[in-house]
Structure formats: C-alpha cells, structure tokens
Design a protein around this ligand. Structure first.
Ligand code: NAD
Length: 259
C-alpha cells in the first residue's frame, strides 16, 4: 500500500531539483504524477522514467494552466493534489533591483502559486477533496538580505497558503506550505548546471559554509523536502493540518548564537 494510492498529483518545476524528487517519491507511493515545467527535455525524460505525464507549463501563464489541467484530466480523469514548487531566485540589493527583475520573480513565484491554486482547486474539489502544498522558503518567514524580491514573493506564498486553507477547507482541500532552508539543488549550488564547474570543489565549499551556519551542520537534500511534501499531501499523515508553513532548514532559524 502506497501513501498516495489512487491520487493524481500535479507537481510544478518537476524537471529537476526538489520538484523532481517530489515526483519520484510520490510515484513510489502510488500516485499518478503530472510533471510540469518549462524545461521540456529534462521534464519529459523524468516523466518517461517514472511512467508519469509531462506537461509544458509556465506557471505565470493562465493559458498554460488551462492546457495543463485539461491534459492531466484527459490522461488521468481527475486531479486531487497540487505541489506549487516552481520558483526562481535572483540576487540583488533592493535599491539596485530593476523593476523587470522584481516583476519576473513575482510572476513565477507568486502569480504562479496563485494561478495554480485558482486553476487546480476547483478540480480537487470536484474530485472530492485533496491537498495543495506550496513551496515557500525560510525566506518566507524571515528577512534575507540581497534577495529582496524573492523574499517578498515567498512571504506572499505563505499568505496565500493561509487564505487558501481558510477558503478551501469547506471543499475538503488542505493547503500547507513548505519553507526549506538551503537545499542542495541548482538554485543553491549553480555548479550543478555548469559542465565546466569543479563540482567536488563546489560541494566542499557548500559543505564548509553550512557546517558553520546551520545547527545540523550541512545543506539539506531535495529528498528531505520531498518527504515533507509527501507528509502534507498524504491524507492519512496530515489529515488535521491546514494553513501552516513548515520550516525544514536544519535548525537555521532556531535562533542566534553568540559563540
Ligand atoms: P531548481 O532551480 O533546481 O528548480 C526549480 C524548477 O522550477 C526548475 O525545474 C525550473 O525549470 C522550474 N521553473 C522555473 N521557472 C518556471 C516557470 N515559469 N514555470 C514552470 N517551472 C519553472 O531549484 P529547487 O531548489 O528545486 O527549487 C524548488 C523550489 O524550492 C523553488 O520554489 C525555490 O524557490 C524553493 N526553495 C529552494 C531552496 C534552495 O535552497 N534550493 C530554498 C528554499 C526554497
């Protein structure tokens, strides 16, 4: 018995990183997974390996959402789970951030999450209930200098999560947020995307940084976030939990240390 037997879950940003691991774990647990991304080649390859459905979906486009939902329903008959995982990060001082850059981050991280809820929640309700997990960040519950636009959108994702939980509870839909700290994906470790990069050296530098910064002494793994998303998606595990942000950060936000 899988924890998601009979479920159909759409995961955005599923071509790589945390979304890919969520698609893998959810498939292992019996779900039919709809993998959505803009990285078509990578997404299709993962979907083929898992026996899932790949859909091209730019989360900031309402038209794309309409098409993705239609394709998912044509393939599997329903959708009763959503993981709004897709996101982008840019580093910049607030006063130096170009308006275009700010708006691009809002479009993907914040509008993307809003459109996901707007398009998929009615499907989940029609299927008799289910769950939505929104990927925020620890930058959704505390400030983080030099990623101001990102931080603003991740706070917004936590806000959307709370409101959606209240508005959708009556339709049997639970809505929660995951708030990861530093996770070892291309976002925190861009060397993963650079064929020229010395990946061992990048891993060593990352290890050294987080040994000092994080009480548990290491960067997080995307598989660990996937297990939290599974917990929040599986009805048997989290049936009385809705509207909450869940920090998964190795203790980084636990407090400050003077020594
Ligand atoms: P990642 O960059 O490896 O994955 C992000 C995925 O989102 C990619 O597959 C990318 O193609 C996809 N994506 C980007 N723009 C898109 C769009 N417009 N439409 C559809 N898909 C799009 O990084 P990740 O760590 O796996 O990121 C997953 C989520 O976790 C993001 O929301 C990110 O903000 C959040 N997060 C990451 C960290 C971290 O340290 N890696 C920490 C906290 C939160």
């Amino acid at each position: 018995m899988g924890k998601l037997d009979g479920r159909v879950v759409l995961v955005t940003g599923a071509a790589r990183g945390q979304g890919e691991q969520e698609a893998r774990l959810f498939t292992e647990e019996g779900a039919k997974v709809v993998l959505a991304d803009v990285l078509d080649g990578q997404g299709e390859a993962v979907a083929e390996e898992l026996g899932g459905l790949y859909v091209h979906l730019d989360v900031g486009s309402a038209d794309d959402w309409g098409r993705a939902v239609a394709e998912a329903k044509a393939a599997y008959g329903k959708i009763d789970g959503l993981v709004n995982n897709a996101g982008i990060l840019r580093f910049n001082e607030l006063v130096s951030t170009p308006l275009d850059e700010f708006q691009q981050i809002v479009r993907v991280n914040q509008v993307g999450t809003f459109l996901g809820i707007k398009h998929v929640a009615p499907q989940i309700a029609a299927a008799g209930g289910g769950s939505i997990v929104n990927t925020a960040s620890y930058a959704g519950v505390t400030g983080m200098a030099y990623v101001g636009a990102y931080t603003a959108t991740k706070h917004a994702v936590v806000g959307l999560t709370r409101v959606a939980a209240m508005e959708l509870a009556g339709q049997g839909i639970r809505v929660n947020a995951v708030c990861p700290g530093a996770i070892d994906t291309a976002m925190s470790n861009p060397a993963q995307l650079d064929p020229e990069a010395d990946t061992e050296e990048a891993a060593r530098a990352l290890g050294e940084l987080y040994r000092k910064l994080v009480p548990l002494g290491r960067v997080g793994r995307p598989q660990e976030v996937a297990r939290l998303a599974l917990f929040l998606t599986a009805e048997d595990e989290s049936s009385y939990i809705t509207g909450q942000p869940f920090v998964i950060d190795g203790g980084w936000l636990a407090g400050v240390s003077v020594l």
